[in-house]
Design a protein around this ligand. Structure first.
Ligand code: 2BA
Length: 108
């Protein structure tokens, strides 16, 4: 058995969870925040049989899009010690997925 930890963008999560649940997968959804952008995202936990791994990764790939978002970096100007903010484009997603071997699984 595997535990998938999938960090996805909030915009993708409803389509993704519908698609996964249509295929009979069980999901736990956590509201999370990215450390870099400090914006909300969603982390899904899925316990799955080993042979279903490729199916799940395929569904995630189909439903999670790459997007660019604006952020700002703060930089000192060259002539003065005044700080200026510089807008930068950052690409986010599709999804960040960790696959973990499950040693034991209980429903008690
Ligand atoms: P954030 O940490 O808010 O990162 C959002 C996006 O900013 C990242 O997109 C990446 O394109 C960029 N980014 C992150 N850290 C950076 C850095 N040190 N320098 C330059 N750019 C940086 P994604 O890679 O698609 O990640 C989306 C979200 O997935 C992340 O949100 C974070 O919540 C999670 N994540 C990604 N990799 C992770 C990891 N190795 N461990 C834990 N969480 C991770």
């Amino acid at each position: 058995m595997k535990l998938l930890i999938a960090i996805v963008q909030d915009d993708d999560v409803d389509f993704l969870t519908d698609a996964l649940m249509d295929e009979g997968f069980r999901i736990t959804k956590l509201a999370t925040t990215g450390g870099f952008l400090k914006k909300g995202n969603t982390t899904l936990l899925l316990g799955i049989e080993d042979e279903k791994l490729d199916d799940v990764l395929g569904i995630i790939e189909e439903n999670c899009k790459k997007r660019t978002t604006q952020s700002q970096i703060i930089s000192p100007t060259s002539e003065t010690s005044i700080f200026q903010t510089i807008p930068v484009e950052i690409e986010v997603g599709g999804a960040t997925v960790f696959v973990v071997d499950v040693e034991k699984y209980f429903k008690i």
